[in-house]
Design a binder for this molecule. Structure first.
Ligand SMILES: Nc1ncnc2c1ncn2[C@@H]1O[C@H](COP(=O)(O)OP(=O)(O)OP(=O)(O)O)[C@@H](O)[C@H]1O
Length: 278
């Protein structure tokens, strides 16, 4: 469980986060969606104890991250945005170091690492140096590493950034599998379809402000089910319709050509902020 109360973060004159409040329930997969610079990484860094907040309170499974920082840190695992494996060490060693940092006894560590390598389908690469792995494999090692000390909350910062569509889907399946074990997952992304596919609920973040929190379906339903994109006076315009029939009728009454598609989360974000996520 993650409880964020009136969280703010200032970097001198930059207001990175403005009075944010959120409650992520146990076992939930929560996506934090926003464009570059919205404040996603800042939030994750605060929640995992890497950056100090300016004001407000955060609780991880009831532990205050400021006053009970060690207990709070034990609750969570972090997969940062950039690859930070030790490239000259093997896959196994990268996980082992993490277990040592959490003072796990040798036998328990070895058992857990084997379990996790099987889990992320990399048992056969445990003796490979990290630098010998593909980008998708490195991500899977980082996910396994974040789980060595058995956290109940996992923070994933842009877990599929830079990966191709097929590998991204493989990581999505892994994330779903982790959620099924009861782990609470807080995921940042600027890939709309990632949030749409994975999340139970989504928060839209814009310039350090939360502008909406709801299920992907509810956010999309505020607009309608179908969308038509058209160019008007050199500007892209989108029209929304409740039913496919209504949208078709509109197209039939016009002479221009249109793009006809389902409404997606990007539409909901755009409607609330006037901006595209990407
Ligand atoms: N260490 C820092 N010092 C000063 N300003 C910072 C620092 N870290 C972040 N910021 C600023 O805080 C704001 C939020 O940045 P943050 O990295 O959290 O955004 P983000 O949503 O994660 O973006 P991205 O998708 O590009 O990673 C930005 O204006 C950024 O320039």
């Amino acid at each position: 469980m993650i409880r964020i109360e009136n969280l703010s973060k200032y970097y001198k004159e930059i207001h990175a986060l403005n009075n944010i409040s959120l409650h992520v329930t146990p076992g939930e997969l929560f996506a934090y969606l926003g464009p570059n610079g919205a404040g996603k990484t800042t939030t994750i860094r605060i929640l995992t104890g890497l950056t100090k907040h300016s004001s407000g309170n955060v609780y991880l499974n009831g532990f205050n991250i400021k006053k009970e920082s060690l207990d709070a840190k034990r609750q969570c695992g972090l997969v940062p945005q950039s690859i930070n494996l030790d490239q000259e060490l093997t896959v196994y060693e990268n996980l082992d170091i993490h277990g040592r940092l959490f003072h796990m006894p040798a036998r328990k560590r070895a058992e857990k690492i084997q379990e996790l390598l099987n889990y992320v389908d990399l048992a056969d690469r445990q003796k490979s140096l990290a630098k010998q792995l593909s980008g998708g494999m490195k991500r899977r090692v980082m996910i396994a590493r974040s789980m060595v000390h058995s956290p109940t909350i996992l923070f994933l910062d842009e877990p599929t950034v830079g990966l191709d569509a097929a590998i991204r889907r493989k990581i999505w399946a892994l994330i779903k599998k982790i959620q099924q074990t009861g782990t609470t997952i807080f995921l940042t992304t600027h890939y709309i379809e990632e949030a749409e596919f994975l999340a139970n609920r989504v928060a839209f973040l814009d310039e350090g402000n939360i502008v909406a929190v709801d299920t992907p379906q509810n956010l999309m339903d505020t607009l309608g089910a179908w969308a038509i994109d058209r160019v008007m006076d050199s500007e892209m315009e989108t029209l929304y319709f409740e039913t496919r029939e209504d949208a078709k009728a509109y197209i039939d009454s016009q002479h221009e050509s249109f793009t006809f598609r389902r409404v997606n989360l990007e539409d909901a974000f755009l409607a609330l902020t006037g901006k595209k996520v990407k």
